[in-house]
Ligand binder design. Structure first.
Ligand code: CTP
Length: 473
């Protein structure tokens, strides 16, 4: 631990605090991450009295390269420093006592002791403080045995969890997020309090919840977080559509799989092979329309017709409510949800060149990730079935490569453009032009003509003649 505190910046902060005769500590996530050997960028420093004064004095001492921002409303200040290779950011705050009223996140804040400041923190592992004053340099102040909890791998609140969560309900999400990221367990008392306070999550903004969900989904084994969200009762407040995936129904002795746990297996499978956050969201939502499309048919058993198309249609609404971005990432998730059945259907039936070409055309550059999602989607416990699917997928992959090499449809650019057609026949923009364009595209995708200019032009002329379109002279 002391190795980190040998950095000149910590010595300097300690010196400035000594000169002002102020007790001063590094606190919170930074200390936790030192102990856990995790990378951490944000350094938080707490002092008794004004954090702003300490920051100002430090800035003066550093001179050039230091930049001070003061947030008087919050009683905090930030110092950014950059000189040569050295660059860091430190937040300064005065130790405080906080109390919250029931219907607002806005606390009543007063000056306090270090212990007051540690009391108001979310978890024991986040309440560790290291002294920076020279007479106690590097000494750990750990009133709640946060070090023991790190060793035991436990997330626990310093005070009565009902108070900690009621003060700031986002902490319920943070508990689950830390448990997921660090692979820690949530202490039973703490977890029971989440169950009791779950409804309070409603007063937290969707943006802050989305931030935590992002951290959960980017973790190594994201399913842990979603299982905890479910077990705590938070999930229906956060994404009712996901909660609706839970459970299995049986009619005439025929059950269907629990789509919630299936989805989480797919998510973990994808997470093992890709760090792409949006591919992970696609995995989470790939079967989102199954509850809505579920039917039982005496002949066919359980069906979920069109769940991929309906699922894709549900994505914008879900993203809007959850304050996920409504941009190209959303479009990507939509596209993958819509296409996630295609390679499976291909692998089940005969793999024709034209079906492979159409898949390449529709998936474009996302084809590799789509294939990854589809392979991850095979969660059957029947080893024979899994082997058969994976073999077929290997065949689909080979075909995809072969056809792409030959026909280059992955980034399809029409070899004959609408402008040229209009010019040649002296046509205005019209339905006929659109029809000719799609006739060319379909002929290429169906393998009737090669993806080449000359063949496409001739084909276009033939089609135009059949449609009675003539060149004006
Ligand atoms: N904290 C808290 N309650 C919150 C948010 C933060 O008590 N709702 C305290 C914790 O002591 C935390 C510190 O403020 O360690 C810094 O918070 P933040 O930077 O949000 O999180 P970190 O713990 O540093 O973790 P991460 O960087 O992974 O978000």
């Amino acid at each position: 631990m002391h190795k980190h505190l040998e950095q000149p910046i910590f010595k300097l902060i300690g010196q400035v605090a000594d000169e002002l005769q102020r007790p001063c500590f590094v606190i919170g996530g930074y200390v936790r991450d030192i102990v856990l050997c995790r990378q951490s960028k944000d350094i938080d420093v707490v002092t008794l009295g004004s954090g702003i004064e300490l920051a100002e004095a430090l800035c003066k001492k550093l001179g050039r390269g230091a930049h001070l921002s003061v947030f008087r409303n919050f009683g905090t200040a930030q110092v950014k420093y950059r000189k040569g290779h050295e660059s860091w950011e430190v937040e300064f705050v005065g130790a405080r006592r906080e109390s919250y009223s029931r219907n607002s996140r806005k606390p009543i804040v007063e000056d306090g002791t270090l212990q007051d400041d540690q009391n108001r923190r979310d978890f024991t592992i986040n309440a560790l403080a290291l002294c920076l004053n020279s007479d106690h340099y590097g000494e750990l102040v750990d009133p709640f045995d946060g070090m023991g909890d790190i060793e035991r791998e436990i997330i626990r609140t310093p005070l009565d969890p009902d108070i900690t969560f009621s003060d700031d309900p986002l902490r319920m999400m943070r508990a689950i997020r830390f448990a997921t990221q660090l692979n820690f367990r949530i202490y039973p008392d703490t977890f029971d309090a989440i169950k009791r306070n779950k409804e309070r999550i409603k007063i937290i903004s969707r943006e802050r919840i989305a931030d935590e969900l992002g951290k959960i989904i980017r973790a190594d084994i994201p399913s842990r977080g979603f299982i905890l969200l479910d077990e705590s009762g938070l999930l229906p407040f956060i994404c009712p559509e996901l909660a609706a995936l839970k459970g299995s129904e049986t009619i005439d002795g025929h059950g269907h799989k629990d789509n919630f746990y299936h989805t989480l297996t797919v998510l973990d499978n994808v997470a093992l092979r890709s760090r792409n956050e949006w591919l992970r969201w696609a995995a989470l939502f790939h079967d989102i329309a199954k509850p809505r499309t579920k039917r039982y048919d005496a002949r066919l058993g359980w069906t979920f017709h069109n769940h991929n198309f309906i699922g894709a249609k549900m994505i914008p609404g879900i993203f809007r409510t959850m304050k996920l971005p409504l941009n190209e990432h959303m479009k990507y998730v939509q596209k993958l949800v819509e296409l996630h059945m295609r390679p499976i259907v291909l692998a089940e039936e005969e793999v024709t060149d034209s079906a492979v070409r159409r898949l390449l055309f529709d998936a474009g550059n996302d084809i590799d990730e789509l294939m990854l999602l589809c392979e991850a989607d095979i969660t059957s416990r029947n080893a024979e079935k899994v082997r058969r699917y994976l073999d077929n997928f290997a065949l689909v992959r080979r075909k995809l490569e072969e056809i792409e090499e030959k026909d280059r449809v992955r980034n399809f650019q029409p070899p004959v453009g609408g402008e040229e057609i209009m010019e040649y026949f002296a046509l205005p923009p019209s339905r006929e032009v659109g029809e000719l364009k799609s006739a060319i595209k379909n002929a290429i995708l169906d393998g009737i003509i090669p993806n080449e200019r000359e063949a496409a032009w001739q084909y276009m002329l033939d089609q135009a003649a059949q449609m009675g379109i003539e060149k004006k002279v």
